[in-house]
Design a protein around this ligand. Structure first.
Ligand SMILES: Nc1nc2c(ncn2[C@@H]2O[C@H](COP(=O)(O)OP(=O)(O)OP(=O)(O)O)[C@@H](O)[C@H]2O)c(=O)[nH]1
Ligand SMILES: [Zn+2]
Length: 229
């Protein structure tokens, strides 16, 4: 289990701690522009899948595999569809001035992603919290943010940080906390083959980073068993 926490104690506010993160999908401070796949790309992907089938000693012309290149190409497009979404579209203006200044936490958000090293799934749960500065966002939007960044080729640490940065960007809250717990198929089905192993990553921004009590309250809340379940 790995627990990763940004070390920004010399950075006075949440915004600065985000500016200091070098590994967002950015180029010169701008969100990296990713070209949406074209039909030409889809054909190239299908050809690659045929090559892979040949590579594993299969016959791409046998009946059961005839449609496999198309299915795989489309599945890959879906699994990476987060590249084609934007934060603005996703939030869709659902930000409300509620004057609420206590912690908001959405727990147990299921996610499925692909590791960028092996393009194998990793999946688990995300727990996203923030302490508002007057403004709150529609709760489903927190899950949509997790979804958008999960549906890309990822490493868990970057995914966790991107979710925190996105919440910071849309709300400018007093703090954001994200914990993600996941199991990686590249560690389970192949390689070191350790079923049952899981990885915990965290990104703490603003008051969650600066104030131990707030961080502890969040960590207690994500551990507590809900009585209605
Ligand atoms: N930090 C981090 N590592 C990851 C993540 N997903 C996969 N990895 C690791 O990426 C590493 C790639 O290591 P390499 O030695 O280049 O590749 P490999 O020979 O396939 O490694 P093994 O998985 O150890 O067989 C492995 O240690 C994976 O466990 C992730 O989300 N975060
Ligand atoms: Zn991997």
């Amino acid at each position: 289990m790995t627990i990763t926490s940004p070390n920004g104690s010399d950075l006075p506010d949440a915004k600065k701690s985000l500016e200091a993160r070098p590994d967002r999908n950015t180029q010169n401070g701008q969100e990296a522009k990713i070209t949406p796949p074209t039909d030409e790309h889809l054909e190239a992907m299908k050809d690659s899948v045929r090559t892979m089938l040949l590579g594993v000693g299969e016959d791409p012309e046998r009946e059961g595999l005839l449609k496999t290149p198309k299915r795989v190409a489309e599945a890959m497009r879906f699994l990476t569809s987060g590249y084609n979404q934007s934060l603005d579209d996703l939030v869709n203006g659902a930000i409300f001035d509620e004057g609420h200044n206590e912690m908001v936490l959405v727990r147990d958000i299921n996610f499925f992603s692909l590791c960028e090293h092996h393009m194998l799934p990793f999946m688990g749960k995300a727990h996203v919290a923030y302490i508002p500065n007057q403004k709150v966002v529609g709760l489903s939007k927190l899950a949509r943010i997790v979804e958008m960044y999960s549906r890309r080729l990822q490493v868990q640490e970057r995914l966790t940080r991107q979710v925190a940065e996105a919440v910071q960007e849309i709300l400018e809250p007093r703090g954001v906390a994200v914990v993600m717990e996941a199991t990686h198929m590249c560690m389970v089905m192949r390689g070191v083959q350790k079923p049952g192993s899981w990885t915990v990553t965290s990104a703490m921004v603003g008051v969650f980073q600066e104030d131990q009590k707030t961080r502890e309250e969040y960590l207690n809340l994500i551990r507590h068993q809900p009585s209605f379940w």
